[in-house]
Design a protein around this ligand. Structure first.
Ligand code: TGC
Ligand code: FAD
Length: 415
């Protein structure tokens, strides 16, 4: 409603008519230039359409307003749990969806078509919180946490990055000390943690006395554990970001993951989440392409639609080409994931490619919308700013390039 009034005011002032009002109803249609739909099963298409309809009904009408106010729409957590967006690949006996990786990718594509922050909430919950509990946890840990996380009753977060250790998490300082009883003592701080201010549980990575990285579940309410909110973001404004501060927190030894040690623990989770981002960023790109295409057919300058000018057609043609290439790359990666053959390096390439093309498409779309492109009347500027986080988190653009570089040359540029 707030946005609607804003639209009227803008239109009145500028003397412009209904072209701007069209943005109020989400009429998104996905580009599918190479009939990628033919590669999907009926079930995958149904899952994709369910999430698409959810986004149209529940996310698109509210998200601009929440982003403008830099507020997290907490109520969507339960909604996303209800439609199965949390832990779709986790087995059903733990509350997950038991689905394939292409279905998971399509879900992330549709959520991020709505907003990267909404997809972030689901990525963190499913790939960075539920996945490690499922893959590295004890049966007791699985039964205690997974059903509540899958349903959206609880929200979780993932603490790896520290104030002085981002791209290089192996140098982390957060640590646990064993006092010989049933608890370890956790000290340190994590920074830039999605979902942190609203989370009931945090999956935290810390070094033991031997310097070995261990993962554990820290619960809100444990004495000495706090989650201050990070303010002042120009990106992912509808997603809550915070710190995790541990001041002599007594964590039960029963909360430590028994089945993984070392950096491969958190990096294994990141492979799953980066896979979801590869699909998600394409969703944001699709939304910007669709918006720019429709606008170009309606906006008249020099007596004809701007879409009739060659320069604008070049932008649209390049957008749909890059979206199509990324769709096919993601689909093939999904097949490899389902076959258990995908490598982390392939996932890095897909994440990096999707972020690259999506940021460029959003910037071009914003320019095609002229002055209107900088307003919240259209989703483009919000996507564009969100993607500055997406291209940075889960491994920066340059880190993923170096991962590919190492894979093809055999030389490790990190060491
Ligand atoms: P390195 O010596 O290469 O590897 C250590 C061990 O890990 C294994 N490994 C992986 N395992 C699974 N998946 C991967 N992607 C893996 N990459 C490496 C590796 O085989 C080795 O295993 P082992 O058995 O020999 O011990 O480690 P390194 O210290 O040299 O670091 C390599 C580097 C730079 C690639 C890595 O540190 C890295 O990826 N850095 C980027 C950090 C990052 O992505 N942080 C993300 C934080 S979480 C986040 O951003 C969430 S945002 C969520 C949202 O809101 O959506
Ligand atoms: P730095 O590592 O300091 O990098 C700065 C620059 O140096 C980058 O351009 C980088 O590419 C470059 N650089 C670094 N090393 C090299 C090298 N070897 N060679 C060449 N260039 C290099 N983390 C979590 O643990 N959990 C979360 O939920 C989470 N959510 C996030 C949400 C948001 C909105 C943001 C912005 C970040 C989030 N992060 C989270 C943190 C994110 O993963 C880090 O920001 C990211 O890994 C980069 O770390 P950094 O910011 O410390 O940058």
């Amino acid at each position: 409603m707030v946005c609607f009034i804003f639209a009227n005011r803008l239109s009145d002032r500028a003397g412009i008519k209904f072209i701007y009002m069209a943005a109020k109803t989400d009429l998104f249609q996905s580009p599918d230039y190479f009939n990628v739909d033919d590669l999907l099963t009926e079930e995958q298409k149904m899952i994709r359409d369910t999430v698409r309809n959810y986004v149209k009904k529940e996310i698109s009408p509210i998200i601009e307003d929440y982003a403008q106010r830099a507020e997290f729409p907490e109520h969507i957590v339960k909604q996303m749990g209800d439609i199965g967006c949390f832990g779709p690949t986790v087995p059903e006996q733990y509350g997950g969806g038991g689905l394939d990786y292409i279905s998971y990718g399509l879900m992330m594509q549709e959520l991020e078509r709505g907003d990267s922050g909404v997809r972030s909430t689901a990525s963190v919950q499913g790939s960075l919180v539920m996945y490690p509990i499922y893959a590295y946890g004890s049966e007791e840990q699985r039964m205690k946490y997974l059903p509540k996380l899958a349903s959206g009753e609880w929200l979780g977060c993932f603490g790896l990055t520290e104030p002085n250790h981002g791209s290089d998490p192996s140098s982390m300082l957060t640590n646990i000390r064993d006092n010989g009883d049933d608890y370890v003592i956790l000290n340190g701080a994590k920074m830039w943690i999605s979902n942190a201010p609203f989370s009931q549980v945090a999956v935290v990575w810390a070094k033991d006395e031997a310097g070995i990285i261990r993962g554990m579940v820290v619960e809100r309410g444990m004495e000495g554990f706090s989650t201050p909110t990070t303010h002042g973001k120009w990106s992912l404004r509808a997603s809550a970001t915070g710190e995790l501060v541990f001041d002599n927190v007594k964590v039960p030894k029963a909360n430590i993951f028994p089945n993984v040690q070392g950096l491969k623990g958190p990096l294994g989770c990141l492979t799953k989440a980066r896979y979801g981002i590869a699909w998600g960023a394409v969703g944001a790109a699709m939304d910007c392409y669709h918006t720019a295409l429709e606008y170009s057919k309606e906006r008249i300058q020099f007596g004809k639609p701007i879409g009739a000018f060659q320069l604008q057609q070049k932008k649209l043609a390049e957008m749909v080409t890059e979206i199509t290439k990324a769709q096919l790359l993601n689909w093939r990666l999904g097949v490899l994931m389902d076959e258990g053959k995908a490598t982390p390096q392939q996932v890095s390439m897909a994440k990096r490619n999707a972020c690259e093309i999506a940021t460029q498409i959003c910037r071009d779309a914003r320019q095609m919308l002229g002055g209107m492109g900088i307003t919240g009347e259209y989703p483009v500027m919000r996507h564009m700013m969100n993607l500055e986080s997406v291209i940075t988190y889960e491994g920066t653009h340059d880190i993923h390039l170096l991962i590919t570089g190492m894979d093809v040359t055999g030389f490790n540029a990190f060491k």
